[in-house]
Design a protein around this ligand. Structure first.
Ligand code: HEM
Ligand code: HEM
Ligand SMILES: [Fe+2]
Length: 474
């Protein structure tokens, strides 16, 4: 289905010979017209993700080979790294926003407060994003990693975020109240508030890093976890017959746990920046539990479906959902824990071990979570309940295995780096020489990540209807 047709809001009738259950024939695939705004958020997110991968390959190329000096002068490595990480943040925020616009009408049982504002906000974010990415190429940057966007542009980010929160808030306030809607809104408000702490520059660098982590850590291990839990709960509820109350229980556990693990866990970044010693043990103890509610939610849904004797219908969405639970556990839980104790972090801090964890955690926890939502929503926006899996499975496995391999290769490079630089006390470049082989492995596997992404996204927009019964709930 072409994009214009999607926008026109026409839901295609089931094709001939397709056995759709009575429940679904009564109900349109996309019950609220305003949910369709999410489609454009998803498209923007996917395009930016592909761009992020291309820049990632360029970065890995820079570690693997020596680029001619004029190339490095024209496009310094630090600038391209800023592009890679900021594209990551931008596409993920757009994906979360798209996911929110998709699910909030169904949760609140009403249309989005203002579609115009939703489009305006998308344009604002895209304009800021594109300006920032081009600006990085010319060194226009605030300097703080991952949040390099200059302050002038931050103002527009804040305006965009306020429009978004207002729009979602008004919809939630006027509609049905559910735990999913409440947790999503709470997580989004927290997410936006935290951004403010990263905006000023504090002359005392200890203070500057202290608040930088409020954004970086409290986003990925706090606010984003809440948003993720809400989005995953929504999708699981839709693609299986698990009762709402059984799923929502995990949202409450998540909200309670994150107070301890997410907030106190910030301490694992305060070991070496000049903060009080207290953080050494607070950081070490608290951070490991936070991934549990997400895993438990997926396992419990599986058990429920098995006990009900109901095979999973939407196998693609289910694969991505299980993938995100496992990826979350490995990337954030295991890889995070591996360097969270001060005794270990003392050696590995800021090395490629950190990059190893960064890739596996972001991909496992948040890229796959967003893909779960895309694979639920985009087929529906195209008028199809679920696709024949085919290329989506290939894409999923290609991407996931390649990212896992990339994470391991970064990890080996990091262990070599730690040993050469910190145990043997050799210089940075001596370590780099010994690590180069592993960066080439990263580069090689990165090509497969890109291939997996292209295959699965192609299928996302071209997939065909799978005959058979639809989900038990619409
Ligand atoms: C989905 C959740 C997570 C994501 C996306 C994530 C991502 C990241 C990223 C990108 C960094 C690097 C920041 C930088 O210095 O540039 C980082 C650092 C770190 N993360 Fe995570 N993380 C997650 C969860 C966790 C968990 C659960 C733990 C502990 C169990 C953990 C422990 C750490 C530690 C100790 C560091 C600092 C590494 C260093 O000293 O260089 N992370 N994380
Ligand atoms: C084509 C695949 C990719 C390649 C070749 C690649 C390569 C790289 C390289 C070389 C760096 C710089 C590491 C350093 O600072 O020394 C980097 C940083 C980073 N990349 Fe990627 N990347 C890829 C895909 C991804 C994906 C899919 C994600 C997340 C979903 C991601 C998230 C990050 C993050 C968070 C950092 C900063 C890590 C840190 O703070 O230590 N990258 N990437
Ligand atoms: Fe953290």
């Amino acid at each position: 289905m072409e994009a214009s047709a999607t926008r026109s809001g026409v839901v295609q009738p089931p094709r001939e010979g397709v056995n759709v259950t009575a429940a679904l024939e009564d109900q349109p695939l996309v019950p609220y017209e305003t949910q369709r705004v999410s489609y454009w958020y998803f498209m923007a997110a996917l395009a930016l993700f592909v761009l992020q991968l291309l820049v990632g390959l360029w970065l890995a190329g820079g570690y693997s080979f020596t680029y001619p000096q004029w190339v490095t002068d024209a496009l310094p490595w630090g600038n391209t790294r800023a592009m890679h990480t900021n594209l990551l943040v931008l596409w993920m925020l757009l994906a979360f926003m798209g996911g929110t616009y998709y699910l909030i009408p169904e949760e609140t049982e009403r249309e989005i407060y203002s579609v115009k504002l939703a489009y305006l906000q998308l344009l604002a974010f895209l304009a800021v994003g594109v300006t920032a990415i081009i600006g990085f190429a010319f060194g226009w940057s605030q300097g703080t990693p991952i949040l390099e966007i200059p302050r002038l542009l931050d103002v527009f980010v804040v305006i965009g975020a306020l429009i978004f929160l207002f729009n979602v808030g008004m919809t939630v306030l006027r509609g049905r109240k559910t735990a999913i809607g409440g947790m999503l809104l709470g997580g989004l408000v927290f997410l936006a508030l935290l951004y403010l702490f990263g905006m000023p520059f504090y002359e005392n660098l200890t203070i500057d890093w202290f608040y930088w982590w409020w954004v970086v850590h409290l986003w990925v291990e706090g606010a984003w976890e809440l948003v993720t839990a809400a989005i995953l709960a929504f999708v699981l509820l839709k693609v299986t017959g698990v009762p709402r109350r059984r799923i929502e229980k995990y949202l409450y556990i998540e909200a309670g746990l994150f107070m301890f693990t997410g907030i106190a866990g910030t301490g694992h970044h305060y070991y070496w920046i000049g903060a009080p010693d207290l953080w050494l043990w607070v950081g070490g103890v608290f951070s490991a539990l936070e991934v549990l509610p997400i895993i438990a939610m997926v396992i419990d849904t599986f058990l429920h479906e098995r006990d009900a004797g109901r095979p999973i219908q939407n196998r693609v969405v289910w694969t991505f959902a299980v993938g995100t639970a496992v990826g979350h556990l490995i990337g954030a839980g295991v890889w995070g824990f591996a360097h969270t104790l001060p005794q270990v972090n003392y050696w590995t801090h800021g090395s490629q071990v950190t990059a190893s964890h960064g890739h596996m955690a972001f991909f496992g926890a948040y890229a796959l979570l967003n893909f779960t939502m895309f694979w639920y929503a985009i087929p529906r926006l195209r008028g199809i309940v679920h696709y024949k899996p085919g290329p989506a499975f290939w894409g999923f496995w290609l991407m996931s295995v390649a990212v896992l391999g990339m994470g391991l290769a970064f990890g080996v490079a990091g262990v070599i780096q730690t040993y050469v630089e910190r145990v043997l006390g050799q210089g940075f470049m001596v370590a780099q020489q010994n690590m180069q082989l592993w960066f080439r492995v990263v580069l090689f596997l990165g090509v497969f990540v890109l291939a997996g992404a292209l295959v699965s996204f192609w299928h996302l927009f071209r997939g065909e209807r799978e005959p058979g019964p639809a989900e038990p709930v619409g």
